[in-house]
Ligand binder design. Structure first.
Ligand SMILES: [Fe+2]
Ligand SMILES: [Fe+2]
Length: 158
């Protein structure tokens, strides 16, 4: 599969989970926990494959995107720390929904920048064959990715 199509599919999966979360009420703490756990896993794996494989390949193929990529890594940094906090937080805690809301704002902004501001340049620079080969590498890496958000390189925690 084309690497950018694969990453955009991940973005869609996460957006669906966000919408589900937004439909929950303050009494639905079990449901909020279940959705948040899925969000943590999806975003941790996604950030991992981007940082380990896609971002370095994109930077090499399209050096003009370097500033965007460096900014994206800093956005990942903030996101993975929020994910690690959500993981250990009681869903009934009054700060839980607020933390999820801030996470969603951050991720939506980040996804918008990836999809609108620099993925198109990477697509142009790489072409279809390289993107397909890269997509296969991303897919193969997914099952091997750690599920701990702080294991992501951008966390800077180890
Ligand atoms: Fe990203
Ligand atoms: Fe992404």
């Amino acid at each position: 599969m084309d690497a950018i199509v694969l990453l955009r599919d991940d973005h869609k999966t996460v957006e669906k989970l966000f919408k589900q979360f937004e439909k929950t009420g303050d009494e639905d703490t079990d449901e909020r926990r279940r959705i948040a756990d899925q969000v943590v896993e999806e975003l941790t794996v996604h950030a991992w494959i981007e940082e380990q494989i896609f971002y370095p390949a994109a930077r090499e193929a399209a050096p003009d995107t370097t500033d965007h990529i460096l900014e994206s890594i800093e956005e990942h940094h903030a996101v993975v720390w929020m994910l690690s906090e959500l993981k250990g937080m009681d869903a009934a805690d009054e700060r839980f929904k607020a933390k999820m809301s801030v996470l969603m704002e951050n991720v939506r902004h980040h996804v918008e920048e990836e999809e609108k501001e620099w993925f198109p340049d990477v697509r142009k620079a790489m072409g279809r064959n390289r993107l397909t080969e890269l997509g296969e590498r991303l897919e193969a890496e997914k099952p091997k990715a750690p599920r701990d958000p702080l294991a992501t390189p951008s966390a800077g925690s180890r």
